[in-house]
Design a protein around this ligand. Structure first.
Ligand code: SF4
Length: 141
């Protein structure tokens, strides 16, 4: 198999500062699976049906995404504390941030992500090894 040398072969530092910045701003999608919906509902002590009615929308009639407030904030972001209300069971898309394909394709993409997320290149954050980054990257879609 062809070996690819990643620009981040020496690792990348990341430590979330829990500012909630990645959970709001410009409109977007947080894709969720039925399994993830069940886990989030459980964390909030709700039935899956009630959770789905309150927090999930259908996109193009088939894919499921979390709803947003009018200002672009995720509906599950506490507006006062700016903390995720389902942090323990947050979906894969949130769990794998910032090691998304779109942030890792080239150094400038990572720099762009770091402009909006003070957790990227946080000197106090954990140094993720190449292997750990690749593992997270592989889960993203
Ligand atoms: S923007 Fe970055 S530092 Fe802020 S909550 Fe999201 S991951 Fe954490």
């Amino acid at each position: 198999m062809e070996e690819v040398t990643r620009w981040y072969k020496d690792g990348l530092r990341f430590g979330c500062r829990q500012c909630g910045g990645c959970c709001g701003g410009a409109p977007g999608f947080v894709w969720v699976t039925n399994e993830e919906i069940g886990a989030m509902a459980k964390e909030l002590g709700m039935s899956t049906a009630t959770f789905t009615d309150a927090f999930v929308r259908l996109v193009r009639g088939r894919k499921k995404s979390l709803k947003e407030h009018a200002n672009g904030d995720c509906v599950l972001l506490n507006p006062t504390t700016k903390r995720c209300m389902v942090y323990q069971s947050r979906p894969t898309q949130c769990r794998t941030w910032p090691f998304w394909e779109s942030n890792l394709d080239r150094p400038s993409s990572w720099k762009r992500a770091a402009k909006g997320c003070k957790g990227c290149d946080n000197p106090e954050g954990k140094l993720y090894t190449l292997e750990e980054i690749e593992e997270e990257r592989a889960k993203t879609f």
